[in-house]
Design a protein around this ligand. Structure first.
Ligand code: ZN
Ligand code: ZN
Length: 246
């Protein structure tokens, strides 16, 4: 059986018309998880699945472009449960370093919350998650997902550092943030530009990367060309509905 990942939203900061910020649908058999749940994700994920089929969400951090739609998603679970439609339990997995935000994730017995940490892998259905703290203004975790011998790393938000490339070493696919073009100094805000994304790809030794968390200016094709100047592997630009199987 294959593991599937669908790009639900890929915008940095806010969604362009009709689209969404960070959100990736991860599926294997009947297990369906969202990696992050930014603004527009609840609406857009329904292009691919019914909300009642979601098992939960794994959150990287508490910035709005990654968790703005958690509230609506909780309501959807509550409403669907009330109508007798929901069959699955629903769990939000997140770090607990921002206690006030973490404590808002659970709702009665309808939405559960589970804290993850860097020290122990987290098992969710067929997936094993490992977490790694990134360099960002608020605590944020990159995640490595292992399933049937395949590995995906999602960087979430981070500036470039060697440890992140080590974390991604040898995986089959990296979904990396790419918040700016080569001349954009986004590192100071805890983000990567195309040169940083290329460095991550080269140093981690992966063969394929998806550029996501894309900026609102310029032509995204240029990001891809800038990465390809130093990285000889496969570079894919995130877009809504892009599906990768591995
Ligand atoms: Zn962020
Ligand atoms: Zn972000």
């Amino acid at each position: 059986m294959l593991m599937n990942i669908t790009v639900v939203g890929y915008w940095h900061a806010y969604p362009e018309r009709g689209e969404a910020t960070s959100g990736y649908l991860l599926e294997h058999g009947s297990t369906k998880l969202l990696l992050d749940c930014g603004s527009g994700v609840v609406s857009n994920v329904q292009k691919y699945i019914d909300l009642i089929d979601l098992n939960g969400v794994v959150l990287s951090h508490y910035h709005h472009d990654h968790f703005a739609d958690i509230g609506p998603l909780q309501y959807a679970q509550i409403v669907n449960k009330g109508m007798g439609k929901r069959k699955k339990n629903f769990t939000i997995y997140a770090h607990q370093e921002d206690t006030a935000s973490f404590n808002k994730l659970a709702y009665k017995d309808l939405v559960k919350s589970v804290a993850y940490n860097e020290r122990e892998p987290l098992k969710i259905g067929p997936f094993a998650f490992n977490f790694f703290k990134t360099q960002h203004p608020v605590p944020c975790y990159a995640m490595k997902i292992t399933c049937d011998g395949k590995q995906i790393v999602y960087t979430a938000d981070s500036s470039y550092f060697a440890g992140l490339a080590d974390f991604a070493n040898g995986c089959d696919l990296v979904i990396t943030e790419c918040s700016g073009y080569s001349g954009d100094h986004v590192g100071q805000y805890g983000h990567m530009n195309s040169k940083d994304a290329a460095k991550l790809a080269v140093h981690s030794g992966v063969e394929k990367i998806i550029l996501s968390h894309l900026p609102h200016h310029g032509n995204h094709e240029q990001l891809k060309r800038e990465v390809e100047e130093t990285f000889s592997g496969d570079v894919v630009l995130a877009k809504a509905g892009l599906v990768l199987e591995l």
